[in-house]
Design a protein around this ligand. Structure first.
Ligand SMILES: Nc1ncnc2c1ncn2[C@@H]1O[C@H](COP(=O)(O)OP(=O)(O)O)[C@@H](O)[C@H]1O
Ligand SMILES: [Mg+2]
Length: 347
């Protein structure tokens, strides 16, 4: 494999709150390779957005602080860059798309002005007319109808789907090397979601940007990611290619996530694949923070006392489980239970 375009090593980001120190991102490491889509998945609160904000230099301090780690982009450690350098990087080399474009689009500028501004900030030789023409071209590319007319409209005059397309246009305006899309379609209707994801894919193909697709939705991962990072309680618990995540997960949490995918045919709620609730990030359980909810651990001692490192389990797959080799057998058990549940409901 070629060398990564973005490498995160030991990233640790905390928030100081009156209730205590929230360990939002806890010793996270992964690599992003050129051209790939890396899915980052996990329940709400698992540290996905804080990871993205850390990369982008957008953690507000206080209450936030990055206490350890390296974020190497293109040979440079982003954690040692000045706010000014980071701002320039965000507008050009790293594009970002968030769940709610209203938080990232400026409400008092037209959509077109914002794209033009992004272009001219990056290339000061570009004239206003050139920037306008290029912005209209970008709006056309992301499928905004009547792009020339839309150019002069304000964000609130656009529908959610159109705003998200405009965000994508802005994110790719300067041919970024990396695109970070954090729950880009979570706020949209299902039909619009699919369209926006298609646009994102096209945009990615045009720019050949490596993409980080952050989502709580495993369905999106199946369809759009090449490789997957699974997060739980601020930590990476599994890394694998998208196929292996579904066919041969090696972490009990990943298995639980998969078993809790909604099914059309039957209500499997009562199987409760991940009993209990996510860990308290102020007071993490000792050992593996997933052990209180784990069906593989069965209370074994290493799970309660030793924080599992990310073990290399072969084939480009990594699992932070002391008993990762037992997960395939457990998957067979889960499948049988699901089969039995299907049988008993007559579905
Ligand atoms: N500004 C903040 N102050 C305190 N806690 C925060 C702040 N931002 C995020 N957190 C906490 O960090 C944890 C991870 O959040 P986040 O990365 O947003 O999760 P998600 O995986 O849903 O994107 C959560 O427990 C969240 O409450
Ligand atoms: Mg989030």
């Amino acid at each position: 494999m070629s060398s990564p375009v973005l490498s995160i090593r030991g990233l640790t980001t905390e928030f100081v709150t009156p209730a205590g120190v929230v360990k939002a991102v806890n010793d996270v490491s992964w690599d992003l390779y050129p051209g790939e889509t890396l899915g980052v998945v996990g329940e709400s609160g698992s540290g996905k957005s804080v990871t993205a904000m850390s990369i982008l230099g957008l953690i507000q301090s206080p209450p936030g602080r990055i206490v350890a780690g390296e974020i190497v982009f293109d040979g440079r450690d982003l954690l040692h860059m000045s706010p000014k350098e980071l701002r320039r990087l965000r507008g050009s080399e790293i594009g970002m798309i968030f769940q709610d474009p209203m938080t990232s689009l400026n409400p008092v500028l037209t959509v077109g002005q914002q794209i033009s501004e992004a272009l001219r900030l990056h290339d000061s030789t570009m004239s206003r007319a050139e920037a306008r023409a290029r912005a209209v071209e970008l709006l056309t590319m992301v499928g905004v109808p009547n792009p020339a007319g839309r150019y002069d409209q304000y964000p609130h005059e656009h529908s959610g789907g159109m705003r998200q397309r405009a965000m994508i246009a802005m994110a790719i305006a300067n041919d970024p090397k990396v695109l970070i899309a954090d729950e880009p379609t979570t706020a949209l209707d299902v039909t619009i979601q699919a369209q926006v994801l298609d646009v994102l894919r096209t945009a990615q193909e045009r720019t050949n940007a490596a993409t980080i697709l952050i989502t709580h939705d495993l369905g999106l991962i199946a369809e759009h990611a090449d490789r997957v990072v699974v997060m739980y309680g601020g930590k990476v618990v599994e890394v694998a290619d998208a196929l292996s995540i579904f066919s041969a997960p090696r972490h009990p949490y990943t298995l639980g996530l998969m078993s809790s995918l909604p099914r059309l045919d039957v209500d499997l709620q009562r199987l409760d694949p991940i009993p209990g609730s996510p860990p308290n990030l102020i007071d993490l359980p000792p050992g593996c923070s997933f052990h209180p909810r784990c069906r593989v651990s069965r209370g074994r001692e290493p799970c309660r006392t030793e924080v599992p490192p990310l073990y290399d389990v072969g084939g480009g797959q990594w699992s932070a489980c002391h008993y990762s080799e037992e997960v395939p057998a457990e998957m067979a058990v889960v499948s049988r239970e699901m089969g039995a549940a299907l049988g008993s409901t007559g579905a």
